[in-house]
Design a protein around this ligand. Structure first.
Ligand SMILES: [Zn+2]
Length: 232
């Protein structure tokens, strides 16, 4: 990197957490107890069978037991700690919360958070932390049942105005461990390129697209090196 970027946006996906052993449920077949994931991770499924949906997320939450951040998470946290949240925006598609566990000051979890519940009537009502299985009787202060604070298929990802504004002002866009195929994230690199940002993809199986540089490696090995170079 010739010049030190003043603003950085990092988008991370499942690949960042793969080295930590987080099961994706999205890989081969994407089946859970015989259900297509697309059939349990939707508002329709919640209306039809909330118990099934709760069990699915209880299982995913339970699968995080003992899972710890890896060197890739920790490198991103170091960068944000060194340069501050104004300069380094961490955006993730992951719902595992591992960037937060690694100590990130701020993470925009655009697909929500497995370790949180939210009101089923309004996304704006206070979210609550959850450990273990969801208490079936838990309700929001407004009286509506709580639901997993996860963005389902057919719902709009969170924080899009902030993410878009940050992309429009960044000099470095880093995409880590995400297929980049799902919109709106798929459009991030195009937006960053439009404003002249250097665009780097870190992915052992690169998807290509309009990146200036592709590092065909996992984040757990590439990010410590990349971050060290930025901070040098
Ligand atoms: Zn509520």
């Amino acid at each position: 990197m010739d010049t030190v970027p003043s603003r950085v946006v990092v988008l991370s996906g499942a690949g960042l957490s793969a080295a930590s052993g987080v099961p994706t449920f999205r890989g081969a077949g994407g089946l859970w107890e015989g259900h297509a994931v697309e059939d349990v991770a939707t508002p329709e499924a919640w209306r039809r069978d909330p118990e099934l949906v709760r069990r699915f997320y209880d299982a995913r939450r339970s699968a995080l037991t003992g899972v710890v951040p890896n060197a890739g998470h920790r490198a991103l946290v170091r960068l944000q700690a060194a340069w501050g949240t104004e300069r380094v925006l961490l955006v993730t598609q992951n719902i595992d919360g591992l960037l937060g566990v690694a100590g990130a000051q701020e993470v925009l979890e655009m697909h929500g958070a497995l370790r949180k519940l939210r009101c089923s009537a309004s996304e704006g009502h206070p979210w609550v932390d959850i450990v273990g299985d969801q208490d079936r009787t838990a309700r929001c202060a407004c009286g509506a049942p709580l639901r997993p604070a996860v963005v389902w298929f057919g719902e709009v990802p969170l924080y899009m105005p902030r993410i878009t504004a940050a992309l429009a002002a960044c000099q470095l866009f880093l995409s880590v461990g995400t297929s980049g195929l799902v919109y709106p994230a798929a459009g991030f690199v195009r937006l960053a390129r439009q404003v002249g940002a250097r665009c780097v993809e870190v992915n052992p199986a690169p998807v290509g697209g309009p990146f200036h540089e592709v590092i065909a490696e996992g984040g757990e090995t590439a990010l410590p090196r990349l971050v060290a170079a930025l901070l040098a």
